[in-house]
Design a protein. Structure first.
Length: 555
């Protein structure tokens, strides 16, 4: 056939006269880009890939590490304040990165949401595909079963129909999904393993959703409670309160907690002397209109009341003082919580603010030594965390505390030192019952004893039970996916030229299923016995290679 005539100007590299034209003179056609829809599709595929999900999961785990190493405002705001005070340069930068409120940080929430979307976009299509695979027929047998990782063949005197029927019944009895194709039986088993894997990923989604919903509809709060004190579950009684975005303070359940006593025991000898062995708080609580009940609150043994969990986080000392002003009137009387400066001996520091003193306001900075003893240099230190010899060192100040300025102040720090507050002498040590008389008739302060305080964390999390259930289901799902592997097996029966039936068995498994394959073949040989070998003496005239072994060699 002759080629059709083409106009000269339509042929690349020629002009109208048929002369060659330089390639530079031919207009270049630029390929089109992906466009907005294409880029969105590409980004979605990248986000929902398993690789991205694993990276995001690793980032969540990596980002959670500071939450276990650094104090968090939701659990111990007093430790956060102490950390910021001790690290004045690094602390503010860490605070800007929300490392003291890690699980509410915007960057952590972004990783969390991306992980949720990635898992959802990855798992949901897999569920649909898995549902299709479960309902689909087992695949047709490959052409060469002997090339499979597990295979075996033998000859039998049974017909191909009988062999396939016996293979069908055998595999059906072993709970395989069986289908008969032309001249072969296809069997499949182990979809439960993939189901377990999908359940694991679905449970992770439910776990993430439960944690997120619990943070949105719950609340967290902290309370410092001194012996003899009480707490009522109202917003004004919290030292720190962090509600979820969808939680209202009107939803707080009414309950009260009274702290009667706190006890701590420590090792008294050995290399680990001073290490705590146990501590618990004796409390009484009342839920709504119910009767008052006692409870021993311990670490890892929270109290469930009013839909919230109450955890014992920390403890410390609250020295008690009586302060009289220059007119001899009692301007302050009670206990003041001191924060531990170090956990080994519980040497603690705190301040006492007396705004009602006359003629001028008074302030005190104190260091409490539970077991006061002199060191080698003669300086007072605490030798043991238990209150064996309580002693307090006091520095007194007078002036203006700045409480009337309207600017919030920390209860653990004196503001305006050297500006509006001025010291009155050096530090003075006091034992229980001793009084320090202030100079210039400013008054006096008496160290009357001590109490102990505890730090409570209250957590109302409606997603706790669903999250726990999802975690248990996730464990069961992943264990199932490890124990059960998908297996496929085919049995083909065909007739040879000699009139015998050749039974071929092939298997394919994701994992080691050799023992199961061997058992199936052994049972199949019992149901379909192999053909007997011919007797060479009685059939000496039979040509070599025409027996069963010869047929196998030919095969």
């Amino acid at each position: 056939m002759e080629a059709p005539d083409v106009p000269a100007q339509d042929v690349p590299g020629q002009d109208v006269a048929g002369q060659d034209v330089s390639a530079q003179d031919v207009p270049q056609v630029k390929p089109k880009g992906l466009g907005l829809i294409g880029w969105l599709r590409w980004g979605w595929r990248q986000l929902t890939s398993m690789r991205t999900a694993l990276i995001l999961l690793f980032l969540v785990a990596l980002g959670s590490i500071p939450g276990g190493l650094l104090p968090q405002r939701g659990q111990a705001p007093e430790k956060v304040a102490l950390y910021l005070q001790e690290h004045k340069q690094l602390g503010p930068w860490m605070d800007r990165l929300s490392l003291f409120d890690l699980f509410a940080a915007p960057w952590f929430a972004a990783i969390y949401i991306l992980l949720f979307v990635s898992l959802a976009g990855c798992v949901i299509p897999r569920i649909l595909k898995h549902g299709h695979n479960v309902r689909a027929r087992p695949p047709v047998a490959p052409r060469h079963l002997t090339r499979l990782p597990q295979s075996e063949s033998y000859e039998t005197d049974a017909t191909p129909e009988e062999a396939l029927e016996q293979a069908h019944d055998l595999l059906k009895g072993r709970r395989f999904r069986v289908d008969i194709h032309q001249g072969s039986v296809a069997a499949e088993k182990g979809h439960v393993g993939e189901t377990g894997n999908l359940i694991f990923h679905l449970a992770l989604l439910v776990l993430l959703f439960s944690v997120g919903s619990g943070a949105a509809f719950g609340y967290k709060g902290n309370v410092l409670l001194t012996e003899g004190g009480a707490f009522s579950n109202t917003l004004t009684n919290y030292d720190a309160f962090k509600p979820g975005r969808q939680f209202s303070a009107d939803e707080l359940s009414p309950f009260t907690i009274n702290l009667d006593d706190f006890r701590a025991t420590y090792l008294t000898s050995g290399k680990n002397m001073g290490q705590p062995t146990s501590f618990f708080a004796k409390i009484r609580y009342r839920d709504g209109s119910g009767s008052e009940k006692p409870y021993n609150l311990q670490v890892n043994h929270p109290l469930s009341v009013g839909g919230a969990k109450v955890y014992l986080l920390g403890h410390g000392y609250a020295p008690t003082f009586t302060v009289k002003d220059g007119k001899g009137q009692i301007a302050f009387q009670g206990s003041t919580p001191f924060l531990p400066m170090e956990e080994k001996t519980f040497t603690s520091e705190g301040v006492i603010k007396v705004p009602d003193a006359q003629p001028s306001q008074l302030g005190f900075y104190g260091i409490f030594f539970p077991s006061a003893a002199p060191d080698k240099a003669g300086k007072t230190v605490s030798a043991f965390p238990a209150p064996l010899n309580p002693r307090v060192s006091i520095v007194s100040f007078r002036g203006n505390l700045g409480l009337d300025s309207g600017i919030p102040q920390s209860v653990y720090k004196l503001e305006g030192l050297g500006k509006t507050l001025f010291p009155m002498g050096k530090a003075q040590g006091l034992q229980v019952g001793q009084t320090l008389t202030l100079p210039n008739g400013a008054g006096s302060i008496t160290f009357t004893g001590y109490k102990e305080w505890i730090s409570l964390a209250l957590n109302h999390d409606p997603g706790r039970v669903p999250a726990l259930t999802a975690a248990v289901i996730a464990i069961l799902g992943i264990v199932t996916s490890f124990l059960i592997r998908r297996r496929r097996l085919w049995v083909r029966a065909r007739t040879t030229k000699e009139g015998r039936t050749v039974v071929e068995v092939g298997g394919l498994a994701l994992g080691n299923a050799t023992a199961e394959f061997d058992d199936i073949v052994a049972d199949l040989r019992q149901r379909i016995p192999a053909a007997e070998e011919p007797d060479s003496e009685s059939t000496g005239s039979e040509p070599a290679g025409t027996g069963a072994a010869g047929n196998q060699n030919k095969e």
